[in-house]
Design a protein around this ligand. Structure first.
Ligand code: AMP
Ligand code: ZN
Length: 486
């Protein structure tokens, strides 16, 4: 069922010809995080992989509508339909409103995505903002005859669905195998079939996040939100639906069943699943206790880590593996990525200073073609990076006067680095350029002035002394404060 994605091949059609086709639209839905805790590095791998796809399809001229949801209700502890909502549980522990938890972790997630230089999605819908759409979808599935209600909870009838459709189409598993391998879970006796899952769940009185519905007060099942929101923003059928491959057996399998039952079609042409970030061969996950936060990787503040690495080094490390392969985290691998990334950025910084010759000993177009070929083959980022390193070899050789390049090929080389390194791989130089420093110092000086105005002398002194220690002096006058180098 899962198909490999071959995107439009730039080798057989020019970008201009492609654009003349009237910029076809691409609809892409990626399952977003459940905002009850900080995202770990494994989650970031998945979103960085989809960012590469979003960037590449946009680069090719597609008009991409990228929808990535925020799960802020309905995701219960475990995969069963009983248990506590993850967000409500955290809210109780922290003595906060569930929506305070949602806000805190949504902001943290967005900030982390920005630190990794991922583009924000076109639409970021929330489950709580789409309760009406979810209720409508439950009604639709009930009407189609694939669901039943028991005492305020509505279940999807998996066996009935499987009699007409293939429930295991995504995982390749047969219903009989699934039934044999599923334990009966306590507290779900009201279900008719062991694999049936809840579309709408009756809320117990103590449940915090609940809404009125035709079946009484309750809340939507986790799988339903993605079906309802993807349909709302991308239609019954769209191009790409993605997430981590741990979502295949339950979440995405159930999403397909819901959409087929309600809309009569599998929602996506391509199901794309990213493989897992592992630590010593084991999936990185909060429940296994082997996860660490991106901040810990940046500071090196975790016992697993020998030192800290910059966000772009981490992004580069992730893109060095193909999204369908596992990626094992180790200090050695990070060390190698740091070296590789520095090499790449050093070459990039030499590019503008290169001088063209009247003749050329290198042709850059075949290298550009190979970069496209790599990406067109299911977004093969490791092969792309190998080709980009060929470009850095050319840059270094020209810089060392060991290779001649003419004006045309130098322009192509610049285009290659801009398109593939900056625009598509999303990598940027993290060194502060000397011409950016004054703006940073102005900003800090203004912060200190604000602190002083607010009579926060502790902060104001801290900033002045801190700047002094790194070689900058602040001078106060009637006109304001200015900085200078000591
Ligand atoms: P969650 O918030 O747990 O639903 O996860 C958000 C996304 O991260 C989902 O698409 C998961 O499949 C994905 N994910 C979870 N753990 C990992 C991991 N170790 N490596 C890569 N992706 C992961
Ligand atoms: Zn989803």
């Amino acid at each position: 069922m899962e198909q490999r994605l071959f995107v439009y091949n730039t080798l057989t059609r020019t970008k201009e010809e492609f654009k003349a086709l009237n910029a076809p639209h691409v609809g892409m839905y990626v399952c977003g995080p459940t905002v009850y805790s900080d995202v770990h590095l494994g989650n970031c791998r998945t979103y960085i992989s989809f960012d590469l796809m979003f960037r590449y399809l946009t680069h090719l001229g597609y008009k991409v509508r990228y929808v990535r949801n925020i799960t802020d209700a309905g995701h219960l502890e475990g995969d069963a339909d009983t248990g506590e909502d993850k967000i409500a549980k955290k809210a109780k522990l922290a003595q906060l409103e569930p929506m305070e938890i949602v806000q805190q972790y949504t902001l943290g997630f967005r900030e982390m995505m920005q630190i990794f230089n991922t583009w924000p999605p076109s639409i970021e819908p929330t489950a709580t903002g789409h309760i009406i759409e979810q209720i409508e979808m439950v009604k639709c599935i009930l009407q189609a005859g694939y669901a039943y209600e028991v005492d305020g909870t509505v279940y999807f009838d998996v066996e009935k669905y499987n009699n007409r459709q293939d429930y295991g189409i995504l995982s390749g598993r047969k219903l009989d195998d699934l039934l044999t391998n599923t334990r009966t879970l306590g507290g779900q006796d009201e279900k008719q079939g062991r694999l049936d899952f809840a579309l709408w769940i009756k809320a117990r009185p103590e449940h915090l996040m609940k809404w009125p519905s035709p079946w009484g007060t309750g809340f939507p099942g986790w799988h339903l939100e993605c079906s309802a929101m993807s349909q709302k923003y991308l239609g019954d059928h769209f191009d790409i639906h993605g997430g981590g491959l741990d979502l295949i057996p339950t979440h995405h399998t159930n999403e397909i069943a819901q959409s087929v039952a309600c809309c009569g079609t599998n929602p996506a042409t391509y199901w794309i699943h990213t493989n897992m970030l592992t630590v010593n061969g084991q999936k990185m996950s909060k429940s296994l206790g082997n996860s660490f936060l991106p901040e810990e990787l940046f500071t090196g503040n975790n016992t697993i880590l020998q030192k800290g690495y910059s966000p772009m080094t981490v992004r580069f490390f992730m893109l060095q593996a193909h999204y369908r392969s596992t990626l094992d985290f180790s200090n050695e691998a990070m060390e190698a990525s740091e070296k590789g990334f520095k090499r790449l950025m050093n070459a990039y910084s030499l590019l503008n200073g290169l001088k063209a010759s009247s003749t050329t000993e290198v042709e850059v177009q075949p290298l550009i073609d190979r970069c496209y070929e790599a990406l067109n083959d299911d977004f093969n980022s490791p092969v792309l990076i190998a080709e980009v390193f060929e470009a850095t070899r050319i840059i270094n050789s020209v810089h060392d006067n060991k290779l001649k390049i003419d004006e045309t090929n130098l322009l192509l080389l610049k285009e290659l680095m801009q398109h593939f390194v900056t625009d598509i791989l999303g990598l940027k130089n993290e060194q502060i350029e000397s011409n950016e420093l004054p703006a940073v110092l102005d900003f800090i000086t203004n912060l200190r002035s604000e602190a002083k105005q607010n009579r926060d002398y502790a902060t104001s002194d801290k900033i002045r002394n801190g700047l002094q220690q790194i070689g900058f002096q602040l001078k106060d006058s009637k006109e304001g404060t200015t900085w200078s180098k000591i």
